[in-house]
Ligand binder design. Structure first.
Ligand code: FHF
Ligand code: ZN
Length: 186
């Protein structure tokens, strides 16, 4: 089971590496990693389990964050209201942004990261809409479009596969300065 002890923190070199492509058919090891990543997110969003295990709630997890330098991402984005089905519940292998909007967007409250134990204030400017190609556990390639909050989370996760941290996108001189064409997501 993955707990916070398995999550590496900023300063660890794996977080700055470009992760390796996953090969198919998936190894038993890679299948287990994917299942455990999804289990972590589910546990982290369960109030009781999260309290017992001292988990920080997460909506996404990239394999490099558990010191596995492979292109695997787990996403568990809750629905709008309690008891709604998740907005997105998926493990992606070898995800890649194949096209994106010209328009940019950022979360009003900035971003955090399970691998960063401090607040880093500022707008993390990203693509407003993205098309992602990825493989599922069977190696089948899919193409999906995301917008809004979901698009932001997916970009945060794909960044981890490329050694990029969310604060790399914050304007150091003016963390909350954006041009007026940037959509600010509440
Ligand atoms: C999170 N947590 O999941 C953040 C961190 C924008 O690479 O957003 O570091 F659990 C992955 C509802 C709303 C339920 C918010 C992408 C952030 C990705 C994980 N929590 C939440 C929730 C959350 C990171 N990460 C603050 C831990
Ligand atoms: Zn992160």
């Amino acid at each position: 089971m993955i707990t916070m002890d398995n999550i590496i923190r900023e300063g660890h070199p794996t977080l700055r590496r470009s992760a390796d492509l996953v090969t198919f058919p998936l190894s038993a090891e890679d299948r287990k990693i994917a299942a455990e990543m999804m289990e972590f997110l589910s546990n982290s969003q369960d109030e009781e389990i999260a309290e017992q295990l001292n988990l920080r709630a997460g909506v996404g997890l990239a394999a490099p964050q558990i010191d596995v330098s492979k292109r695997i991402v787990a996403l568990l984005i809750p629905g709008e209201y309690e008891d709604d089905p998740p907005e997105l519940a998926k493990v992606m292998f070898n995800p890649k942004i194949v096209s994106h909007s010209i328009e940019s967007a950022c979360l009003k409250g900035g971003e955090g990261c399970l691998s960063v134990d401090r607040e880093v204030p500022g707008f993390v400017v990203r693509h407003s809409r993205i098309t992602v190609a990825y493989q599922d556990a069977e190696g089948v390639t899919h193409k999906a479009r995301y917008k809004g909050y979901t698009a932001i989370v997916v970009q945060h996760e794909i960044d981890h596969l490329n050694g990029v941290m969310f604060y790399d996108h914050i304007n150091e001189q003016a963390p909350f300065a954006v041009t007026d064409d940037v959509i600010i997501i509440e």
